[in-house]
Design a protein around this ligand. Sequence first.
Ligand code: NAP
Length: 301
Amino acid sequence: MVIAGKKILIFGTNGQLGGSYYKLLHQKNSVIFTDLEPKLPNVRPLDFTNFSALDAAIREIYPDIIINCVAYTAVDQAEKDTDIAMKINGDAVTVIAKAAADVGAVFIHYSTDYVFDGSGLKPWLESDKTSPVNAYGRTKLAGETATVEAAGKGYVFRTQWVYDKTGKNFVNTMLRVASEREELSVVGDQIGAPTSSDVIAEFTLKAIDKILAGKMAPGIYHLCCHGEVSWHDFAEEIFTQARALGRNLKVQRVKKIETKDFPTPAARPKNSRLSLTKFEAAIGESLPDWKTALIAVMRQS
Ligand SMILES: NC(=O)c1ccc[n+]([C@@H]2O[C@H](COP(=O)([O-])OP(=O)(O)OC[C@H]3O[C@@H](n4cnc5c(N)ncnc54)[C@H](OP(=O)(O)O)[C@@H]3O)[C@@H](O)[C@H]2O)c1
């Protein structure tokens, strides 16, 4: 792997994506991890709302590569806590992008399908017009803009429907409620591609190989699993896989409902399909199908 010997700074180890990087890289001396309140060994504390500490950490560590897994991800709460969400998803990213440009580091930042309004049925291209329908999406868009506008090597990887084995995510919520109730109602008219954080980390490292080899230009890319599914059909697949692994679930019926029947503080886009052509052409490899990635995570002990 080309990244051997490079100093890598990874923000956000307690989260789903940061956790995937920790699994892959924590034994490497050249990788430095941070989080707000570190829970794992050898992780430095760093609060993203303390901009001077964030800026100083980058200038002191002087990394070759920065990977930002920190985000304010509470989509509904962001409608009320927009200021703090903007501080973490927008302003802190501006600080990182500028410092990264100054030290000459490659900066990898993650964004979301929620920068689009969810209209139509076609997969969104990186060049399509953004128009977020909720506060979280607007704050993530601010982070995207900061990353691509800094005069450095900024990369935005938009992903979606992220889960890991243990995090607070759709897979674990469904498994919990399916062991408590016989009937569930799940939205069937929002379409996207569930993506494991392990896939995102693995394919980002492949992308970094290309970046360091000068074969992948800075800018925005879509990085998620292949295929498409509704939340309803995703839930059904989670239950099928759980039962195949011997898990006892109480749920007997999964009712398909519409977004309008499940009101939430933040609006959600219906069409979250993301085109993967640009990312796959850059790395010369296909991303896995969402079902394959789900099975891999569910089989983890
Ligand atoms: N989750 C999704 O479905 C989804 C969908 C599309 C895009 N994305 C994007 O993918 C990336 C990774 O998401 P994820 O699901 O891995 O997020 P996550 O599990 O919610 O993790 C967020 C991380 O940010 C840290 N953090 C929050 N506030 C902080 C602060 N003030 N200072 C320092 N660290 C702070 C958290 O630390 P603590 O745990 O200690 O609070 C945690 O490590 C994000 O950019 C997200 O926007 C996620």
